[in-house]
Design a protein around this ligand. Structure first.
Ligand code: G3P
Length: 217
């Protein structure tokens, strides 16, 4: 399973990358706004900086919602770096654009996916990744993890090559459950990734080992 970090914060990306376990980065317009990125040139520079920090796929989201402009924007984004993956919203023109990008060999991430029907269309269109938002489904009393299970079943039934990129992850148990279900990728905030490290018995055991080692040093 690949681990992506879901942030546009360069310090957080550096910290996750320093662990040696980071396979990529996802961003979205809200995450870019959160780190104060404004204007097209600043956005491009920021993606370039992220691409320098991580050897792996970097999702860059289009802001357009009509076919022609999604294509124009996506082609511009894809020229920033070979690792850029064009993130396209799950809308009618988005699906058409994903098919166009597939034919051109440009990688895509179909975002804002909340149902298995949407995921089926994304795979049919040739998306490289599909991003089901599990946390936001949980937020409205739906079962986000069930959606991952359903998409995995459908994709396995037909050997779709689209990778399931579980997004909107809120805590480490989301990551564990996605791994059990066979999600290809999870994208999570730094806090959820770092939380995987910890167990109180590890801390307690290490403390005991180090104290006992004092006896024979
Ligand atoms: O990758 C999509 C993700 O950023 C959405 O997460 O926490 O805003 O629902 P969240």
């Amino acid at each position: 399973m690949k681990i992506f970090i879901d942030t546009a914060n360069l310090d957080e990306i550096k910290e996750a990358a320093s662990l040696g376990i980071l396979d990529g980065v996802t961003t979205n317009p809200s995450l870019m706004a959160k780190v104060g990125i404004k204007g097209k040139n600043a956005v491009i520079k920021h993606y370039e900086a992220i691409c320098k920090l991580v050897e792996g796929d970097i999702s860059a989201e289009v802001l357009s919602t009509d076919y022609e402009n999604i294509i124009k924007e996506g082609e511009e984004l894809s020229k920033i770096h070979p690792n850029i993956v064009v993130k396209v919203p799950m809308i009618k023109d988005g699906i058409k654009a994903i098919r166009y990008f597939y034919d051109k060999g440009i990688k895509t991430n179909c975002t804002l996916v909340f149902s298995s029907g949407q995921a089926l269309l994304a795979a049919k269109a040739g998306a490289t990744y599909v991003s089901p938002f599990i946390g936001r489904l949980d937020d409205v009393s739906s079962d986000g993890l069930q959606l991952i299970r359903d998409i995995a079943l459908i994709y396995n039934n037909y050997c779709f090559e689209t990778e399931i990129l579980a997004a909107s992850i809120r805590h480490p148990m989301h990551i564990i459950e996605c791994a059990k279900m066979g999600a290809d990728v999870i994208t999570a905030p730094l806090s959820a990734i770092m939380a995987l490290l910890h167990h109180p018995l590890t801390d307690k055991g290490l403390d005991i080992f180090l104290k006992d080692a004092e006896k024979w040093k």
